[in-house]
Design a protein around this ligand. Sequence first.
Ligand code: SF4
Length: 153
Amino acid sequence: MKHILISACLLGQACRYDGQSKTYAAIENLWHMPDVTLIPFCPEQGGGLPTPRPASEQQGDRVVTETGADVTEEYERGADQALRLARLYSCTWAVLKEKSPSCGSGEIYDGTFSRTLTAGDGVTAARLKAAGIRVVGEKHLQPLLAALRHVGV
Ligand code: SF4
């Protein structure tokens, strides 16, 4: 059995900052693969933030809301918990929601709250990557699907 950590909002949990989920059709490919168990987790909720909550973006090494509140500690706590869960289930891969200040991988919003993207990782994505866990976004599942089909994880 292969365990894959996944952003809970991608599985339909209404845990986003706006109280919505963000399902994506390709996740169905994972859901129905034999011997794969998805481990859902929302690091922002896990870090102690409420839902709904103000939108947040990274500004340097801090995470702030659009009204200027510093929520870095909650984001760091959520990242710690995500890593703990990934290790508990021996996850070597994670599927994380793209562009999120927690889960985004490769590109995130630039901290100006103008919907402008820049290169970078969300706090949780960075934490998992630093621990050697491979992170893919929901629109870039091919490396994971290839590994599951041909190599094993
Ligand atoms: Fe989804 Fe991650 Fe945002 Fe939680 S923190 S709502 S799992 S993108």
